[in-house]
Design a protein around this ligand. Structure first.
Ligand SMILES: Nc1ncnc2c1ncn2[C@@H]1O[C@H](COP(=O)(O)OP(=O)(O)OP(=O)(O)O)[C@@H](O)[C@H]1O
Ligand SMILES: [Mg+2]
Length: 321
């Protein structure tokens, strides 16, 4: 078996809080997980769950209180672990008197590219994140979403094998989010490993091979969508037109709850255990029209709420480290 790209073992982080008598505040508690090459891994959790802390620990921006983390088998305390890693921080801030193109070319040169290669890489990346038309515009004139896109481009400057993105969809409009989703999938198709944090669950649902759910600094659940989400049908929602008394009786036999939607329309909520096929045939025979039939399944959002609810903690008081 090949080594995992990210290997985290019993990782914890305490921040000192309070000015006069600083005491430790545990932002991350005993996190163990590993991410294999080629995975798109989502780190999910509510505000203050410890997502950014985890990513910062991997990037060597904060030091762990205990535990270990390795990237490509190299401990994160060694800068060499990040030779093949690109990073988008939570709220990227750039030197904004440069244009997007100049800025990316500058980062490219910092990563060892020659001036000409750095410039052509900058142009390609700006096109890739949808900023081709703004490449000659000073970054201070960029909108929030444009800065975020520039941040994603910046994470890709050195053509990394592992891309770590803290809230990559933050500040983006629906088109921007769709673009970043497509970009993450194209990185996956190129064989890169992606770790990103988010509280937008639908993004994780479509992108991730696995997710970890953090709350109050602790890992609450980890696995693939199929591991975490119950795909069995919990209920059926039907919208029907033209019910007579007989049809109502037939529906009530199944344990359906009926709600009038006005006119002849009725919504029926059926238990998931009911097989709808024979019911639909009976209703059709009575002249009932079925306007819609929808299975109600558990979503990642339900799972998320199940693990996260009641796990919020008080925000630490006093000054930061
Ligand atoms: N430098 C710091 N000093 C003190 N406490 C901190 C520091 N950085 C983070 N914390 C605290 O650690 C906890 C975890 O913060 P973290 O930024 O990792 O959360 P997050 O999951 O990224 O949240 P969000 O979704 O809001 O970005 C929070 O309670 C936060 O207040
Ligand atoms: Mg964060």
């Amino acid at each position: 078996m090949t080594d995992p790209v990210i290997a985290v073992e019993h990782l914890s982080k305490d921040y000192p809080v309070g000015f006069w008598r600083p005491r430790p505040y545990r932002a991350l508690d005993d996190l163990t997980l590993s991410v294999a090459a080629g995975e798109v891994f989502g780190c999910l959790g509510p505000n203050g769950a410890g997502k950014s802390t985890t990513l910062k620990l991997l990037m060597g921006l904060v030091t762990p209180t205990s535990g270990t983390a390795r990237l490509f088998g190299v401990p994160v305390s060694d800068v060499a672990s990040r030779a093949r890693v690109g990073f988008l921080p939570e709220n990227p801030v750039f030197y904004d008197y440069l244009t997007g193109e100049e800025l990316l070319a500058y980062y490219g040169q910092l990563c060892g590219l020659r001036a000409r290669d750095a410039r052509s890489r900058a142009t390609t990346l700006l096109d890739r994140v949808g900023l081709g038309a703004e490449r000659r515009l000073a970054v201070r004139r960029y909108s929030k979403g444009m800065v975020q896109r520039l941040g994603v481009a910046q994470a890709l400057v050195q053509d990394p094998d592992l891309v770590i993105l803290d809230e990559p969809m933050s500040g983006l409009d629906p088109i921007g989010r769709r673009d970043v989703r497509a970009l993450i999938l194209s990185l996956r198709d190129e064989g890169k490993t992606v770790l990103f944090s988010s509280h937008i669950l639908s993004d994780a649902e479509t992108l991730c091979s696995r997710v970890a759910i953090l709350a109050a600094g602790r890992l609450q659940a980890i696995g693939s969508m199929t591991d975490l989400v119950e795909f069995s049908v919990r209920a059926w929602e039907l919208v029907l037109d033209g019910l007579d008394e007989g049809a109502r009786g037939r529906l009530q036999e199944t344990g359906a709850m009926l709600t009038s939607l006005g006119g002849d329309r009725v919504q029926a909520h059926l238990p998931g255990t009911v097989a709808p096929e024979s019911l639909l045939q009976d209703l059709a025979a009575r002249g009932v029209r079925v306007l819609s039939l929808q299975p109600v399944r558990e979503t990642l959002e339900d799972v998320f709420l199940k693990y996260v609810e009641g796990k919020r903690r008080d925000v630490p008081d006093g000054g930061a480290a």
